[in-house]
Design a protein around this ligand. Structure first.
Ligand code: HEC
Length: 247
């Protein structure tokens, strides 16, 4: 019994070690249980991202069902790139020319938060900065040399990179999040707080898209484990009962 417990503890610890991210400027715990945030995130994803990025494993009617968005609203405010409810989220961008325009075809983003992690995507969307040496005049802290324009500049405004100070690097060891070395030099239409929330909503929606069944599974998981533990106890006593007469 002790050995089983030790094995379980070991598994849990290795999981935690894997989950702890490397030094990204920001950490973010996605919340897929807040329908209002997911709805805002979906709307903003469609408005600001689906022009270039698809979510080819996600259908509009699934979004509607899961997020509680009625069909007419779905059609009028989310479905910019197709008209059928059963369609998956396409991008408006033809793949080949976009490669010529940006140097990269904008990748499908259905599984992005699973591939890169929510922290990464959140940090990515917050750390575009002016870099005149780049073709589009912008660069990114977590994806250096990124070929995506800073599509949210009107909301966030423009940031520049600050020179690293000697002691800034001395603070915080590996795995800590100490913000990006960026300074806002031109305000956007959103305040920094509002922009953080805006990005948070998009990352929440993207996390939902990567695992649409997650909240359901989270509900079933603990019950299944309780059931198995109960079964284990019963089996133990049953075994004792069986062997009592043998000894
Ligand atoms: C004008 C086209 C365009 C728009 C609009 C756009 N992107 Fe991108 N995006 C790109 C391109 C091109 C890349 C590839 C960058 C590279 O690899 O250098 C990219 C890359 C990304 C990546 C990194 C993928 C990876 O793992 O390397 C993420 C995440 C992303 N975009 C999210 C978004 C989100 C969220 C939005 C909406 C707020 C958005 N993008 C809007 C063109 C766009």
């Amino acid at each position: 019994m002790k050995r089983v417990l030790l094995a379980i503890a070991g598994l849990m610890m290795s999981g935690a070690a894997l989950a702890s991210s490397e030094a990204l400027p920001y950490s973010y715990q996605a919340d897929t249980s807040n329908p209002a945030s997911l709805q805002r995130g979906a709307r903003n994803f469609m408005a600001y991202c689906s022009g270039c990025h698809s979510m080819k494993y996600l259908r509009y009617n699934r979004i509607g069902n899961d997020l509680g968005i009625p069909e007419d609203l779905l059609k009028s405010s989310l479905m910019f790139t197709s008209s059928k409810l059963g369609d998956t989220v396409n991008s408006a961008m033809p793949a080949e020319p976009s490669k010529a325009w940006f140097g990269q075809t904008p990748p499908d983003l259905t599984l992005e938060t699973r591939a890169r992690g929510a922290d990464w995507v959140y940090s990515y969307l917050r750390t575009f900065y002016i870099d005149t040496t780049r073709p589009l005049g912008v660069n990114n802290i977590v994806l250096p040399g990124a070929s995506m324009p800073h599509v949210l500049w009107e909301l966030q405004g423009w940031q520049v990179k600050e020179e690293a100070h000697g002691d800034a690097a001395a603070h915080g060891g590996e795995g800590e999040h100490h913000g990006a070395p960026l300074k806002l030099i031109q305000a956007g239409t959103l305040s920094p707080d509002e922009y953080e929330k805006f990005v948070g909503d998009i990352v929440n929606f993207m996390s939902y898209a990567a695992e649409p069944g997650k909240s359901l599974r989270m509900g079933i998981g603990p019950k299944a484990i309780m059931y198995l533990l109960l079964l284990l106890v019963l089996c133990y006593f049953l075994k004792k009962e069986f062997w009592r007469d043998v000894h």
